[in-house]
Design a protein around this ligand. Structure first.
Ligand SMILES: Nc1ncnc2c1ncn2[C@@H]1O[C@H](COP(=O)(O)OP(=O)(O)O)[C@@H](O)[C@H]1O
Ligand SMILES: N[C@@H](CCOP(=O)(O)O)C(=O)O
Length: 357
């Protein structure tokens, strides 16, 4: 290998929950966060903090959401977490990470999940940590993004069910370590030398479900953001038993219904209903309940079902045809609430890849 290395990490966006699968189901979709990385290992050090220079193009460029400081930027901060768990304090000299991000921030399309997965992979590649298997990388992701649906889809690709193994009380304590201790807040460039807590082994698991090839995803993306943390705060701590049973009945149907070819619109529409998160998030997303209830396969040809994408505010419509018409009808509902939207036609995507030049 020469002194200069370059590689590209590509991670898909994702839509979590798909109706009833709150914190369980994830679907990787065909819009990709890309990291173009070059490392000049021949240089003894670099002029940049932690040997890392970040450049960025795409969503959120130039805003406070996206820092170019490697200790603050979510992607490089996660990579540093992985490196420091392996006694490497910074990036190899001289690392340049160019981030290309088309995934809108805070819209329910898994931008943070993609950033975490790409960051974990960046740590692995920069540190030469070849022993880290995809399953172990999933553990690292789960120390940072605590719900497994987005990171599971972004890492493994496709339509996935994710679950956490029952942890020992000691491991529960370790996964409940405040995020600030896993990802130390910037210390003004001063390295405290503290080794962060490594994740317990085998926290997260996933299973891939089939996906009928006819089904595509129409994402209707409002121009306002709903931070996922805020959309989780509005959820209750306890639920009526009837609502839990309602979701259990539908989650038993969903993976089968979306895997069957040709798709059965009535079954899919039924399987995408939810009572655990969407009704509560209505307070943050004007018109949500009406949008989800306004169209059925009987009233819109080609439609299979409508749900909130992740924590919102994006709406995901699954369909086999008439994609533009479906998007325009949902956009019209948002317009009634003075909300401007764009839309994209997406397809299931493969998981995170690393391609070396
Ligand atoms: N490519 C990225 N680079 C750096 N930070 C990112 C990137 N993508 C997302 N983030 C961080 O994640 C935040 C959005 O996370 P979140 O509220 O969970 O929304 P989402 O539903 O898009 O995942 C952004 O405000 C930003 O701080
Ligand atoms: N299960 C989570 C999914 C959040 O997804 P995001 O794309 O909005 O980050 C939830 O519903 O809170």
């Amino acid at each position: 290998m020469g002194a200069t290395e370059s590689f590209t990490i590509k991670t898909p966006c994702s839509s979590a929950n798909i109706g009833p699968g709150f914190d369980v189901i994830g679907l990787a979709l065909s819009m990709y966060l890309e990291l173009q990385v070059t490392i000049d290992r021949a240089r003894p050090s670099s002029a940049h903090p932690l040997n890392c220079r970040i450049t960025y193009e795409g969503e959120g460029a130039g805003t406070a959401d996206i820092s170019l400081d490697p200790e603050v930027n979510l992607i490089t901060r996660v990579a540093l977490y992985v490196l420091r768990c392996h006694d490497q304090r910074g990036f190899p000299a001289d690392t340049h990470v160019h981030i290309k991000n088309p995934i809108p921030l805070g819209r329910g399309l898994g931008s943070s999940g993609a950033a975490v997965v790409a960051g974990v992979m960046l740590g692995k590649e920069c540190g030469g940590l070849h022993h880290l298997t995809p399953a172990r990388l999933f553990d690292y992701c789960l120390m940072i993004e605590r719900h497994p649906d987005n990171v599971g889809a972004a890492l493994f690709g496709g339509f996935v069910g994710t679950y956490l193994k029952p942890l020992t009380p000691a491991d529960v304590a370790r996964t409940e370590i405040p995020l600030s201790e896993v990802l130390p807040a910037p210390a003004g460039g001063v390295d405290t030398g503290v080794k962060p807590p490594a994740p317990p082994l085998g926290i997260g698991h996933h299973i891939k479900f089939p996906w009928a090839p006819e089904i595509k995803a129409v994402a209707i993306i409002p121009e306002f953001e709903v931070p996922t943390a805020r959309a989780r705060e509005v959820l209750p701590a306890q639920y009526p038993r009837t609502d839990v049973t309602f979701n259990l009945q539908r989650i038993a149907l969903l993976p089968v219904a979306l895997g069957q070819s040709p798709p059965d619109p009535e079954l899919i529409y039924l399987a995408m209903q939810d009572k655990l998160h969407q009704p509560y998030r209505q307070t943050l997303i004007p018109g949500l309940t009406e949008i989800v209830e306004s169209m059925t396969p009987d009233t819109q040809e080609g439609l299979l079902g409508v749900c909130l994408s992740g924590a919102g505010p994006t709406i995901l419509a699954l369909a086999t045809s008439n994609f533009g018409e479906i998007a325009e009808r949902i956009i019209a509902k948002f317009t009634e609430n003075h909300i401007v939207c764009s839309w994209k036609l997406l397809e299931p995507a493969e998981g995170t890849t690393v391609v070396r030049a």
